[in-house]
Design a protein around this ligand. Structure first.
Ligand SMILES: CC(C)(COP(=O)(O)OP(=O)(O)OC[C@H]1O[C@@H](n2cnc3c(N)ncnc32)[C@H](O)[C@@H]1OP(=O)(O)O)[C@@H](O)C(=O)NCCC(=O)NCCS
Length: 194
């Protein structure tokens, strides 16, 4: 990719078409998120789901859990000249049906609204795909709403194809004090009555 000079955030008056002609950005790097990124991640998540406002404490605890199992994925942050401007989450899991087979889901993809349309989303996804290839992922899944047309274009450009239907079942929110990282207890096998 051709690299142009580093650019700073555009002014509020800039039109989307003008933004799209700006040069690609130097100084854009990607890495695993740490607890220090929580405030920046909150700002990005509000742009993704406005009514999702997790507390910084809950986010830190969740990130600690995620980072304690690095083989299971990571929250990715994209930094432009030291400022967090993009994120997504990789969830990696082993699939038994065709074992050995590793699958992954890319979740919560968002680029700062002031910097969209300049290739950051594409570069972040390419970075993630390279990481997932290193992990030998046989299938990578990304789900998004019908209305997110830019996301559809981004994923299609990267080679993703539309496949099947998604069905979603929402559960109740986790109550205060309940450990979200709780592990399954062993299944209890009930003996048949004699
Ligand atoms: C979807 C999103 C992550 C894309 O990030 P981005 O940095 O704006 O995207 P890019 O600049 O890398 O562009 C990716 C592709 O989309 C196209 N695109 C970008 N902005 C566009 C726009 N406003 N209209 C039409 N196409 C657009 C580009 O043409 C590009 O493809 P191409 O360069 O191969 O032609 C970003 O728009 C975003 O955060 N949206 C809100 C949150 C969201 O919808 N997330 C996805 C939920 S899973």
């Amino acid at each position: 990719m051709t690299m142009g000079p580093a650019v700073t955030a555009p002014t509020a008056a800039a039109e989307p078409d003008e933004l799209r002609t700006l040069p690609a950005m130097e100084g854009l790097t990607f890495r695993r998120a740490t607890e220090d990124d929580v405030e920046a991640l909150r700002d990005l998540y509000v742009q993704l789901i406005p009514d999702a406002r997790p507390t910084p404490e809950a986010m830190r605890a969740t990130l600690r859990d995620i980072n304690a199992s690095p083989r299971s994925g990571m929250v990715v942050v994209g930094e432009l000249n030291g400022r967090v401007v993009a994120t997504c989450q990789l969830v990696i899991y082993c699939n038994l049906v065709r074992s050995p087979r590793v699958k992954a889901q890319v979740d919560s993809v968002v680029v700062d609204s002031a910097l969209r349309g300049r290739g950051i989303g594409k570069r972040m996804m390419n970075w993630c795909l390279a990481k997932l290839r290193e992990r030998n992922c046989a299938r990578i899944i990304v789900a998004t709403a019908y209305t997110r047309e830019v996301a559809h274009k981004l994923y299609s450009r990267l080679g993703f194809v539309q496949s099947g239907y998604s069905f979603v079942l929402d559960g109740p929110p986790i109550e205060d004090g309940v450990d979200p990282g709780q592990v399954f207890t062993e299944a209890v096998i009930e003996e048949a009555a004699p």
